[in-house]
Ligand binder design. Sequence first.
Ligand SMILES: [Zn+2]
Length: 323
Amino acid sequence: MVGLDIGGTNVVVGLVPAAGGRPASLRRRSTPSLGSQLEVVAELARLIQEVIEEGLEASGDSDGDVLGLGIGSPGPLDLERGIILDAFNLGWRDFALRDALQSEVGLPAILDNDANCATWGEYWQGAGRGARSLVGITLGTGIGGGLILDGRLVHGASGTAGEIGHMSIDFHGRRCKCGNYGCLEAYASGPNIAARAREGLEAGAESLLTTLVEGNLDRLTAATVYEAILEGDAYAGEVMLETAKILGAGLANIVNVLNPQTVVIVGGVTRAGHYLFNPLRAEVRRRAFKRAEQACRIVPGELPDTAGVIGAAGRFLAERGMG
Ligand SMILES: [Zn+2]
């Protein structure tokens, strides 16, 4: 199958063996956000064809069958009709991408949410293998999530289930991009980790961070915070500890409500490794029901660049009742 993972910055396409495993070919391009929908479809279709040819050749099976195409996209989506309703980062609205690609490439296709696909990828081929109930959390520019309960991906009544980033964790908290206040994302997404670090610096905190960005706080990112931690900076350590506690509070809610066997966290922020995971697990232990917490592993993803592609391809199999 072909997996197509559409992100705000890049699209990644891979030819994934039906039995799972590493993509036989993989390509990454910047997302074609400009141009008409027809042009975007033509460009994606070209990329898909290239990946198919390259992958079949690499696997020594140049006449091989490709079963279909799985597409992971930012939402909100109309899953049944295969339409991207409003991917505001890309400027795409009411874009019937599934059917357009299906006819352009000549393969049956399915469309699902990008975080659902990444979660499914980790469940099928990554850190979640063997779990029946799993929650995926994508920590990046935003916070996304996917829910798999008893082996089934949960879409909910209108396809929006799993929006973990927008659970309220502070009744009167920070304003979120979604319009609500106190969402998990408003604290623990990459840009918001940087924003919280910056607020402390502006209030007078002493830190290596100021030097690392050469005094220009606009350049501060979550990656800078991590860099400062590795240099032993105490303030950056506090910011990460606070981030871990906030995520831990959010996760304790999920663990109590859904009782998953595994929580997989993917995305750039997981580079903070044990600086993030140790205090996060401790916070979940402190807050969640003991029986729920003890049954749950909280782990980083194992497919940092390919979970979305592998998961999108895997969703095609699952939706067709083949996986
Ligand atoms: Zn929100």
